[in-house]
Design a protein around this ligand. Structure first.
Ligand SMILES: C[S@@+](CC[C@H](N)C(=O)[O-])C[C@H]1O[C@@H](n2cnc3c(N)ncnc32)[C@H](O)[C@@H]1O
Length: 383
């Protein structure tokens, strides 16, 4: 098998005719094989910029998200060759794997093997710093960064780093710390998210009814409070005891019109505390240690949480953000899932590169893109 796989990769890199590659595959050449450098047949086809071959290999079941030793997928290779057609073929394979044609209607779907793979890949705001195929295939991240139960029973520190950046810090192991929330994201929250969610909202002058899921450093909540007219109702859902204690110290419990729901969004989403409000003008969610499956479950509830078509929904779009292809696939899959519940998304690109060099310190890097893709969803008007 290994010899066949090696021969297949070499044959593609030598740009042999398609018919020969097809014969080797038909004779059992394994598409999952990766050579010493992690190059698979699909990587090789992307290197040679052979669109027809990329399409053929994907049809035959090549693994779209296998990463080589440099942590690049075939899609990343195509991107580096500036070959849009090949990139799109790999990306679309990813989207198909994340969006089964017939979506189960229940909240906890029986996911296909491919979907599980994708969801694992996209799981958690803070994926492991290094990725390899084995990590991509790993079923779950059981550290406090990938397991809600472990996260909620771990302790958090609120610190400032040497550059004065505020960080809500979680120790995931003796060797590693990860920022649950970091001050550099202020730019995303301020100039962009709150502006796009609220600025020209038709209820802004009356005071918006806002729901925010996940307090973290309270950055976005601070911006909601700083709107020209304060929210007429500002509900914050937060489960972590250390964050709740921090909120108490900062006086959030005493702010007018602020209502803090102590617990997880899952505890409240179908309860009177939320549904009794009669709909929010703005809903935003940014949790930690949850994966795409959890976010998708939240999506399913969003239409019940909004007042109507003028309301807006936002979420922190950070899953898959250590890799350009995965980030792209994830954005498109979430757009498709939101469309399923009647929400259309508009995306704005926000450049988050400036000052990025020192932002991570010793902590795990969870966002490696220059552009943050900011989503704002609205309920589709049915005609
Ligand atoms: C990334 S931080 C939020 C940062 C916040 N957007 C800000 O501007 O500072 C994530 C927060 O979500 C909270 N969280 C985690 N799981 C949650 C859940 N299931 N429901 C609600 N909040 C959750 C965490 O305790 C943490 O405070």
């Amino acid at each position: 098998m290994v010899a066949l796989g090696q021969a297949l990769v070499e044959c593609i890199l030598e740009r042999q005719p398609l018919a020969l590659v097809q014969k080797m595959v038909a004779d059992g050449g394994p598409l999952w094989y990766q050579d010493d450098e992690g190059t698979s047949a699909l990587h090789a086809a992307a290197y040679t910029e052979n669109e027809e071959l990329v399409r053929y290999l994907i049809q035959e079941g090549a693994v779209w998200n296998a990463v080589d030793n440099l942590h690049n997928t075939a899609g990343d290779v195509a991107l580096s060759m500036n070959n849009e057609a090949c990139y799109n073929l790999v990306r679309d394979a990813g989207i198909r794997s994340g969006k089964p044609r017939v979506l189960p209607s229940v909240a906890c779907p029986a996911l296909t093997a491919h979907t599980e793979l994708l969801l694992t890949l996209l799981s958690s705001r803070a994926p492991p710093a290094t990725s390899s195929l084995s990590m991509v295939l790993r079923a779950t991240d059981t550290t406090a960064a990938g397991s809600p139960a472990a996260f909620l029973s771990s302790s958090l520190k609120f610190i400032k780093d040497d550059g004065g950046q505020e960080i809500c810090l979680l120790k995931v192991s003796d060797e590693e710390e990860v920022g649950v929330m970091m001050g550099w994201e202020r730019g995303i929250s301020e100039s962009s998210t709150v502006e796009r969610l609220c600025d020209d909202h038709e209820h802004l002058r009356d005071g918006l009814k806002v729901l925010n899921v996940g307090f973290g450093l309270g950055i976005i909540d601070g911006f909601f409070q700083a709107l020209p007219t304060r929210p007429s109702l500002h509900v914050i859902i937060e489960p972590h005891p250390d964050v709740l204690a921090h909120m108490r110290e900062l006086g959030w419990y005493d702010k007018p019109n602020v209502r803090i729901l102590e617990g997880k969004w899952q505890d409240f989403v179908e309860r009177e505390e939320l549904l009794g409000v009669g709909g929010f003008d703005v809903v935003y969610t940014d949790t930690f240690s949850e994966d795409y499956k959890d976010l998708k479950q939240f999506f399913d509830h969003v239409p019940d949480l909004l007042v109507g078509p003028e309301s807006r929904f936002g979420f922190f779009n950070g899953l898959g953000a250590t890799n350009a292809l995965f980030y792209d696939v994830y954005a498109r899959v979430s757009e498709l899932h939101l469309a399923d519940v009647g929400i259309d998304v508009e995306w704005t690109d926000v450049d988050v590169f400036e000052g990025g060099e020192d932002r991570w310190g010793e902590t795990r890097e969870y966002f490696a893109q220059r552009l943050y893709r900011l989503p704002v969803g609205r309920m589709r008007i049915m005609s």
